[in-house]
Design a protein around this ligand. Structure first.
Ligand SMILES: [Zn+2]
Length: 470
């Protein structure tokens, strides 16, 4: 009953929206001959997927040149920036009238390696089989990169009116070291600094058989903070046990660490997420999710929720014990032993404060607790922006039943690097895919349905066209 009422409201909202969008922009979007551009998008994606940009080594310059050729043909000013031999970024811009700050479309051109043995068709063939385009990068993220490029081409050819500059930036090396974006930010910050918005990977529509389509808009990411615990002690022969050996001390300390429940901290975007997905839950969970802040005050509810892997990481800084190293030989008690933790901090957490809490849990001054790498402060973007609202509206026009919700990604995205410039960054891909297809990212048989590319092109253009004018 409740669900039906909500859907009715959505439907009405959709109608009101289309009535209010009978504007020159609306006419512009409807005058575009989509069929032709959709064919072109599919053809170009096949071509793009044939460029092998496996990283390492990357060879992203070939991808940059592919876009360079397209932009040149459409008369869009663009520059290829070579980083090292074979590697490079491309930046293109269509100027707006300057009354609003720029919108950046960001994508990475490198892909993770592929093991051809496990593929139905060769991973760099761009072949279409039963309505799906196969290729390494078909979902991560040559699909989105190509759609972003197509949006630029259509905007130029159809003379989309623009109040803000439209920027296209395709970078190298996202999958390994992020060198492409780091290079741009270091060498050409002036090309990016004034922007208001950025759209990149880290969001999209996931079709769940029981729950319907959920469009996640990535508004933040947790930040990796890798830590090593190193214990030292007296070594000796394994036949004569040493009670406080390095390995024994480490084992006891790690037991305390893995049992540690870090405090729950509810971010506004996560609170909003629970509020949205409440619609998909049965009672009493639906009410609890709708008022998650209050519900979490009940220790038994908090405990139950923490046992759900899909929700737990949204609520707290997490610790995964991943590396363990002691002796090389079974009969040798080593004088040092170490364990490594993959810690992920919520936006807003102070790494120094976390380290102090962890040291208190370890509670052993013969164990050194040290970060493994330098730390990048996690950040997040507000959902209270024009672009966020536009994405939500456009998704609902295409799929009134879809649930649109902010998501906090457990992994890293390059939005982290651009937010410090004052840019609101969102993970958004205009595609709806099944969990089965989603699981092909970084795995064998990565592929994307042709229909999703065709539909996604129009959807992304609509988001960009509106965002460029509101
Ligand atoms: Zn990616």
């Amino acid at each position: 009953m409740r669900l039906r009422a909500v859907l009715a409201i959505l439907f009405l909202a959709g109608c009101a929206l289309s009535a209010s969008t009978q504007t020159p922009l609306h006419d512009h979007i409807h005058a575009v001959r989509w069929e032709r551009y959709q064919d072109e998008a599919v053809r170009l994606l096949e071509e793009y997927l044939r460029i092998d940009t496996s990283n390492p080594p990357g060879n992203e310059l070939t991808a940059a040149e592919f876009f360079h050729r397209l932009f040149d043909q459409a008369g869009i000013p663009n520059t290829v920036y070579a980083l090292t031999p074979g590697r490079g970024n491309i930046y293109a811009v269509i100027k707006g009238d300057g009354s609003l700050r720029p919108l950046i479309l960001l994508n990475h051109t490198d892909v993770v390696r592929a093991e051809p043995r496990n593929w139905r068709v060769p991973p760099f063939s761009g072949e279409i089989v039963e309505g799906e385009i196969y290729g390494r990068g078909a979902l991560d993220m040559k699909d989105e990169g190509l759609l972003q490029a197509m949006v630029m081409l259509i905007a130029a050819r159809e003379r989309l009116p623009l109040k803000r500059d439209l920027v296209f930036l395709a970078t190298a090396d996202e999958e390994v070291g992020g060198a492409g974006s780091a290079w741009m930010l270091e060498n050409h910050p002036e090309l990016l600094r004034g922007a208001e918005y950025l759209i990149t990977e880290g969001g999209g529509g996931l079709i769940s058989p029981e729950r319907g389509t959920i469009y996640g808009i990535g508004v933040g990411e947790k930040a990796p903070f890798w830590i090593r615990l190193r214990a030292t002690g007296r070594g000796g022969h394994g036949s004569i046990p040493i009670a406080d050996s390095a390995t024994n001390r480490l084992a006891r300390a790690l037991e305390r660490v893995v049992d540690w429940q870090t405090p729950i901290r509810l971010l506004p975007s996560v609170e909003q997420y629970f509020h949205e997905v409440a619609r998909l839950e049965k009672e009493p969970r639906a009410s609890q999710f709708r008022n998650i802040r209050k519900a979490l005050r009940d220790p038994s509810f908090a405990k139950a929720l923490a046992q759900d892997e899909d929700y737990n990481y949204l609520l707290r800084d997490t610790v995964s014990l991943t590396v363990l190293k002691g002796s090389e030989q079974t009969n040798v008690i080593p004088d040092t032993a170490y364990g490594e933790l993959d810690v992920r901090l919520l936006p807003g957490q102070d790494p120094k404060a976390f380290l102090e809490q962890l040291r208190a849990v370890v509670a052993d001054d013969q164990i050194r607790v040290e970060p493994l790498s330098s730390f990048r402060t996690p950040n997040a973007s507000s959902t209270d922006t024009t672009l966020y609202r536009i994405i939500e509206q456009v998704v609902h026009e295409y799929n009134p039943q879809a649930l649109v919700t902010p998501t906090l990604n457990s992994g890293y995205t390059e939005s982290q690097m651009y937010r410090p410039l004052g840019i609101s960054c969102y993970g958004f891909a205009p595609l709806e895919i099944t969990p089965e297809l989603d699981a092909t990212q970084h795995a064998a048989n990565e592929r994307v349905p042709v229909e999703q590319i065709r539909r996604g092109l129009k959807m992304l253009y609509e988001v960009v066209a509106r965002a460029a004018n509101e």
